[in-house]
Design a protein around this ligand. Structure first.
Ligand SMILES: C[S@@+](CC[C@H](N)C(=O)[O-])C[C@H]1O[C@@H](n2cnc3c(N)ncnc32)[C@H](O)[C@@H]1O
Length: 271
């Protein structure tokens, strides 16, 4: 049976029973946890979560789906359905001060990167502990890629500055109705920001990473020069541990942070 959907909202509903249980199982014991679900849809994951977690807050943009779930869970006070755009909500306001929440979601793929950035910010603020997220396989491969591997880039570096990433499993299009054009992968993230450990400030280092990965074909030096760092500043700051011809894609976060710290002692450009 094909379910009715709004393609613009990334609506591919999970119909594989083993997979929906495996996704919830990946968060472990939830009996004392607040869980935020992104895009509950018709409730494939919500139905299982509702009986397992202390509190469930599900964020759904589609008015009809939000109404369907509000009705279905009307007698379960631990379940709160919010009709809202996940990108417009401040996740910190959903979690009591001093507590953390976990996040779960078969994400709307068209906004995966924006959702990840939002979760990293909430993880840095101490609001989130873990997330189990399904996304397009190619995006998951980029999030979890190690330096030097083809898929490693800005998204990988940003994700790995903010979280430990576990690659859990991949599902074929037939696990969904209607089937998407792509395979889907489930990742688990433990939010563990590394900014303090690596001695860098989050805003400045995030900007530096964007500059460093701006063009894949270019060396790191050329990307930084294009971002406004004068050549003499770069050579004064360049650590011996990094080859002059290195690309950002080949470097671990430690040498990137070393270079950033060294450049920060000189003057960083504003763009
Ligand atoms: C891939 S479907 C997953 C549905 C359900 N969790 C499942 O596994 O069957 C993505 C869901 O996210 C919802 N959605 C899309 N954009 C959203 C947004 N900006 N904020 C909240 N929910 C959104 C869609 O309406 C849809 O229900």
């Amino acid at each position: 049976m094909q379910m009715k959907r709004k393609p613009k909202l990334g609506q591919n509903f999970l119909v594989d029973d083993t997979a929906r249980h495996a996704i919830v199982d990946a968060l472990g014991d939830l009996s004392k946890r607040t869980v935020i679900e992104i895009g509950p849809g018709h409730g494939a994951i919500t139905d299982i979560l509702a009986g397992r977690c202390h509190k469930l807050i599900a964020l759904e943009l589609d008015r009809a789906l939000a109404a369907e779930l509000t009705f279905r869970f009307r007698d379960q006070p631990q379940v709160q359905i919010l009709e809202c755009d996940v990108l417009k909500i401040n996740l910190q306001t959903l979690v009591p001060t001093g507590e953390t929440a976990d996040v779960i979601g078969n994400l709307p793929y068209y906004i995966t990167s924006d959702i990840l950035l939002q979760l990293f910010a909430a993880g840095s603020a101490g609001t989130l502990a873990r997330a189990v997220l399904m996304m397009q396989r190619e995006v998951a491969d980029r999030v979890s890629a190690a330096p030097g591997v083809r898929d490693y880039g800005l998204l990988s570096a940003t994700a790995q500055m903010n979280a430990q990433v576990d690659h859990l499993f991949t599902l074929p299009p037939s696990a969904f109705s209607p089937p998407p054009d792509v395979y889907s992968t489930v990742l688990r993230l433990h939010f563990a920001p590394r900014f303090t450990e690596l001695g860098v400030d989050p805003d400045g280092f995030n900007k530096f990473l964007k500059q460093s990965f701006a063009q894949k074909r270019k060396t790191l030096q050329n990307n930084l020069r294009a971002a406004g760092h004068p050549a003499e500043q770069l050579s004064a700051a360049w650590p011996d541990s990094i080859s002059a011809q290195a690309r950002a894609e080949s470097l671990a976060l430690e040498p990137m942070a070393e270079l950033y710290r060294s450049l920060s002692q000189l003057v960083l450009p504003n763009n």
